[in-house]
Ligand binder design. Structure first.
Ligand SMILES: Nc1ncnc2c1ncn2[C@@H]1O[C@H](COP(=O)(O)OP(=O)(O)OP(=O)(O)O)[C@@H](O)[C@H]1O
Ligand SMILES: [Mg+2]
Length: 328
């Protein structure tokens, strides 16, 4: 059955960009933006894609939404091939790329939506009602008839999202939907995104905001240098980096013996060290129920200034651990 196929199914996907620099002595540059992606995403949830600048997130989003061709490999969306069946797919998917381009500034928000409704073939009889519904869904009723050039960035982003769902897509690609928005506007966008999932839309979202991914996405993948380095639930990723607890010990320097003693404590999987102002901070990833802050203090008796605190391992910790391993 078609409805049982995953929302996204990617096998061995690569994308190489070749460009030439210079005028007389043209120098060829070759960027491997995606280096063999395998990824399956089920329908009906928000899937988060994280990764450093230049990791390939936008490239992957564009390939999945048929804007860009892959170099090799296959990508299926809703059970259909993004290259061979792009015409079937386009009406069934929406794409919202971050940034301010893609709207007509000289006309109102409502007129923008009319234009795109006609482009997407929304029946004329339904057009005005659907646009009015969308405008109130994104809370732009008060500004719908003002020119878009008068809109703030957050208002434009809401209009972008309204445009992205105008044709009622089954799957929506959101590339950094809250970039540059103030906390309140970002929160409104997240609420809107969640309400779309409640309507049964599958969402593929990229973000640099860890709390956003943690809040919205039951499952995430981390892309680094064109490869997926991890893909799981946030809870499972915490275990992957060695524990869902993090202990931080700060003092004016530790010697190697002390660090080795800490490493030997039960449940400690990993120790990172970084300068923190005049102090040195050791960060320990620890499994549930094992080593406690007092065990760490007991091993470091010669540091009157020592502070040890415990916190939950955050998605940001997981991200930094995994991306660091990749040599970023
Ligand atoms: N049109 C293009 N021509 C040449 N190189 C490109 C092109 N588009 C992307 N790239 C390169 O491909 C790599 C991946 O870029 P991409 O925009 O997909 O990264 P990203 O993960 O979206 O980054 P960011 O977080 O900064 O948005 C980068 O090295 C980038 O320079
Ligand atoms: Mg990008």
């Amino acid at each position: 059955m078609l409805s049982e196929t995953p929302a996204i199914d990617i096998r061995g996907l690569t994308r190489v960009f070749e460009s030439r620099k210079g005028f007389l002595f043209r120098e060829a540059t070759r960027t491997e933006a995606l280096r063999g992606i395998d990824l399956t995403v089920e329908r009906g949830a928000i899937f988060g894609l994280l990764g450093p600048n230049g990791a390939g997130k936008t490239t992957l989003t564009k390939i999945l939404s048929t804007l860009l061709l892959p170099s090799t490999g296959t990508a299926m969306v809703l059970g259909h091939n993004v290259v061979r069946e792009a015409d079937w797919l386009r009406p069934r998917m929406g794409l919202v790329l971050g940034g301010e381009r893609g709207l007509y500034n000289r006309v109102s928000g409502r007129e923008n939506l009319r234009y795109f409704a006609d482009l997407y073939g929304v029946p004329l009889a339904e057009r005005e009602r659907r646009i009015a519904e969308l405008i109130s869904r994104v809370d732009l009723d008060w500004a719908a008839d003002r020119r878009v050039e008068e809109y703030s960035r957050g208002m434009k982003q809401k209009l972008h999202i309204a445009r992205g769902i105008l044709h009622r897509p089954e799957i929506l690609f959101l590339d950094e939907p809250t970039i540059g928005l103030d906390p309140k506007s970002a929160r409104e966008i997240r609420k809107l995104v969640r309400s779309l999932v409640a309507d049964g839309v599958t969402i593929f979202l990229t973000t640099h905001y860890m709390f956003e991914a943690e809040e919205l996405c039951p499952e995430i993948a981390i892309l680094s240098k064109g490869r997926i380095v991890a893909r799981d639930t946030v809870a499972a990723l915490r275990q992957l980096v060695g524990g869902d607890r993090t202990l931080e010990a700060e003092a004016y320097g530790f010697d190697d013996r002390e660090v080795e003693a800490l490493r030997a404590l039960p449940g400690v999987s990993k120790i990172l060290s970084e300068e923190f102002g005049p102090a040195l901070r050791l960060t320990l990833r620890v499994r549930t129920g094992e080593t406690q802050p007092e065990d760490v203090r007991a091993l470091l008796p010669n540091h009157p200034e020592l502070s040890v605190r415990e916190r939950r391992t955050s998605l940001e910790d997981v991200y930094l651990d995994l991306v660091e391993e990749e040599g970023h």
